[in-house]
Design a protein around this ligand. Sequence first.
Ligand SMILES: *[C@@H]1O[C@H](CO)[C@@H](O)[C@H](O)[C@H]1NC(C)=O
Ligand SMILES: *[C@@H]1O[C@H](CO)[C@@H](O)[C@H](O)[C@H]1NC(C)=O
Ligand SMILES: *[C@@H]1O[C@H](CO)[C@@H](O)[C@H](O)[C@H]1NC(C)=O
Ligand SMILES: *[C@@H]1O[C@H](CO)[C@@H](O)[C@H](O)[C@H]1NC(C)=O
Length: 217
Amino acid sequence: MGRVRITCWILLLQSLSVFAEDENDVIIQAPDVTPFGRWGRMENCSQGLFVTAFQVKVEGKHSIVDDTGLNGVRFYCGTPTTLEDEAGQSYLTWENVTSSVGLFGHWGHVNNCTTYAVGFDLEVQEPQGKYKDDIGASNLKVLCADGAQIEGYFNNGEGHKFHNVSYTGVQRCPTGYALCGIKTKVEIYQVLGDDTGLNNIAAKCCSLTDVIPIIAG
Ligand SMILES: *[C@@H]1O[C@H](CO)[C@@H](O)[C@H](O)[C@H]1NC(C)=O
Ligand SMILES: *[C@@H]1O[C@H](CO)[C@@H](O)[C@H](O)[C@H]1NC(C)=O
Ligand SMILES: *[C@@H]1O[C@H](CO)[C@@H](O)[C@H](O)[C@H]1NC(C)=O
Ligand SMILES: *[C@@H]1O[C@H](CO)[C@@H](O)[C@H](O)[C@H]1NC(C)=O
C-alpha cells in the first residue's frame, strides 16, 4: 500500500516536471575535449523560427605563438523553407543569435542551408600539454535537413588546417526537430597566457510540429 502511494507521488512529480520544462526541447552537445572555457547562456531563436544559416568567427593560423582557431558561432533563425513555398530563403531569415564569443578572429561568410539545420559537428584540437599552444575548437560543420553538411571555416575562402584537430562526431537532433538555440563555451582573455577562444558548443533542438499551426495560422 505504502509503496503504491510513493509510486503515485513519483509519477505525479515526474509529470509536473515535464510540464514545467520548456516544451519538449532537446539539448545536443559535442564531447568536452578540452578543460578550457566557461559556458555562456543558451540563446534561442524566437518561437516558430529555426536555424537556417550560420557564420563562424575564426582566427586563422597566423603564428607559432598563440593561435585560437574558432572564436564564435552565429546562428540565423528563419522559417524552414520546406514548410513554405518556394519564396526563397533570404527574406525568410529574420534574426540571429550568438552566445559567448571570443575576442579573436573575424566573422566569415553566412552559410545557408537550403532547408534548415538539424545538427552539427565540432572540430577540436586535443589539449597540447604544458608550454604548447592550445586553440580549442577550430571549425564547425552544420548539418542541413536535406543532408548537406556545410563546413564554416573553409567556406570562408581560407583554408589552413590546424594540427592535431579532428571532428568530434555528428550531434543530431531527433527526427522531427531542428536547431533553435546555441550555447558556447569560451575562454576569457588570458592576457599573457595561452588563449583558445571557443572550446565547445551545445545547441537546442525544437520540435518542428509544434510550429506548423503557427505557420499555417
Ligand atoms: C533559452 O531557452 C532555454 C530553455 O530551453 C532557457 O533556459 C534559456 O533561459 C533561454 N535563453 C534566454 C536568453 O532566454
Ligand atoms: C546566404 O544568404 C544570405 C542572405 O540571403 C546571403 O547574403 C549570403 O551571400 C548567402 N551565403 C552564401 C555563401 O551563399
Ligand atoms: C543580429 O541581430 C541584432 C539584433 O538582435 C542586430 O542588431 C545585428 O545587426 C544582427 N547581426 C547580424 C550580423 O545580422
Ligand atoms: C600533434 O601534431 C604534431 C605535429 O603536427 C605531431 O608531431 C604530434 O605527434 C601530434 N600529437 C598527437 C598527440 O597526435
